[in-house]
Ligand binder design. Structure first.
Ligand SMILES: Cc1ncc(COP(=O)(O)O)c(C=O)c1O
Length: 400
């Protein structure tokens, strides 16, 4: 029996209990939602928290002085502490949490309101051109903004190793120099599923360069510890971590560079979204992100193992080493992207839906130099099952 089968067996009853808490999933037994990387389904306690908030204390935050307004203000402030705790922040007094609508807005806020204060003429930043465009456009926009103010900065491409599916530390070492002031990285790649080795990036750039982590595909899927990662920003989408659409956060450490102070009048926060985020983080902590990671990685291995037996028909994108069952280099997280060698990705998406599978099939918002040709992405969360993977493999096999 392969390692992933053992994982599946060990975690089976734990997972069944959790799956039962997703009404949209249990309500549609003939469908399999395989698009968690785009947005995640919500467990009942998150739905309950939304209803409870809206039916007991809905008000604006930081404005009124009556009990509902006070409760909402306390909710928002408490949510900042909740995010810090979720991220294992060892020094909550030395960090800040800013709520956003998702990772895109979060990264843009860092680029617009913080980065310019760090940079002077001739400085360099290193950012990924091969990841999600949310983690490229904001840095290029910051470069343009600075140029209009007469500050010329150079944007370097974070080198990528196609073979391993990871950033290339040796190539990074060659371009990182005394003018390197900032590095943006991604934690888990949204197409290749590779868990990017952020520790190595820190080792290469040294202790003084701020690192901003796009954690859109890791928060909620695996333990994300800021103490362990030694990054300065963690930016994520609450809606991909089981909270409502329109939620997300920036966690910022006040250690390297200026303080993070999102500029301008902030307006009314997404209070109900923040209530859902607190409930989602509570739920994830209770479920155990370590076990969620083990479960989804096991299902991913089941799928890549099956796909590798159909190599003549399907090309799996990204790291080859994590394709083999039981590979020690299993750094592919909860998603797998592939192409049929004879069927267009959009058509394959439609065919798979006719078998009850909801997958993503397009170019996946790849940035600059990323592979933008269509492909099918299967992305998982804790509610997904080995039976769904087996059924999917059967459907894929029928198209050989
Ligand atoms: C790695 C990565 N970064 C950023 C984003 C953008 O997230 P959002 O749409 O929540 O802003 C995504 C969304 O798929 C993503 O996968």
């Amino acid at each position: 029996m392969s390692a992933y089968h053992t994982e599946i067996e060990e975690l089976g009853s734990w997972q069944r209990e959790l799956r039962a808490q997703f009404p949209i999933v249990t309500g549609h037994p003939d469908l399999a939602y395989l698009d968690a990387a785009a947005t995640a389904q919500k467990p009942q306690p998150v739905l309950d928290a939304v209803r409870r908030y809206l039916t007991t204390s809905n008000a604006n935050a930081g404005r009124g002085s009556y009990p509902w307004a006070n409760a909402t203000t306390a909710l928002v402030e408490g949510a900042r502490d909740r995010v810090k705790r979720f991220l294992g922040d060892p020094d909550p007094d030395g960090s800040a949490v800013h709520f956003t609508s998702g990772t895109t807005e979060g990264l843009r806020t860092v680029a617009r309101d913080w980065l310019p204060g760090l940079l002077t003429d001739g400085d360099e930043i290193v950012v990924p051109f091969h990841d999600h465009r949310a983690n490229l456009s904001p840095w290029l926009e910051a470069q343009e903004l600075l140029a209009r103010q007469g500050v010329g900065i150079r944007v370097r491409e974070l080198p990528y190793q196609a073979g391993s599916g990871d950033y290339d530390p040796d190539a990074l070492a060659r371009i990182a120099g005394p003018r390197t002031r900032f590095v943006a990285v991604t934690h888990v790649h949204h197409v290749y599923g590779a868990d990017m080795n952020v520790h190595r990036v820190r080792r290469v750039v040294g202790p003084d360069v701020p690192i901003c982590l796009d954690a859109a595909q890791s928060v909620g899927h695996l333990p994300v510890s800021v103490a362990d990662l030694d990054v300065d920003f963690v930016v994520f989408s609450g809606h991909k971590a089981l909270a409502l659409p329109g939620t997300g956060a920036v966690w910022a450490r006040r250690r390297r560079g200026p303080d993070f102070r999102p500029g301008g009048w902030q307006g009314t926060p997404n209070t109900v979204g923040i209530a859902s985020l607190v409930a989602a983080l509570d739920w994830l902590d209770a479920a155990g992100t370590d076990r969620i990671e083990r479960w989804t990685v096991a299902l991913t291995s089941l799928l890549t193992d099956g796909l590798s037996r159909m190599e003549g028909t399907y090309e799996v994108l990204g790291c080859r080493t994590s394709l083999a069952a039981g590979s020690k280099v299993q750094r592919r997280r909860s998603l797998v992207t592939f192409r049929h060698r004879g069927i267009d990705a959009h058509d394959l998406g439609f065919i798979l839906y006719s078998h009850g599978f909801m997958v993503r099939s397009d170019g996946h918002c790849q940035a600059g130099t990323g592979d933008k040709d269509g492909s099918v992405r299967v992305s998982l969360h804790v509610h997904n099952t080995p039976e769904e993977m087996e059924r999917l493999l059967t459907a894929l096999a029928s198209l050989q």
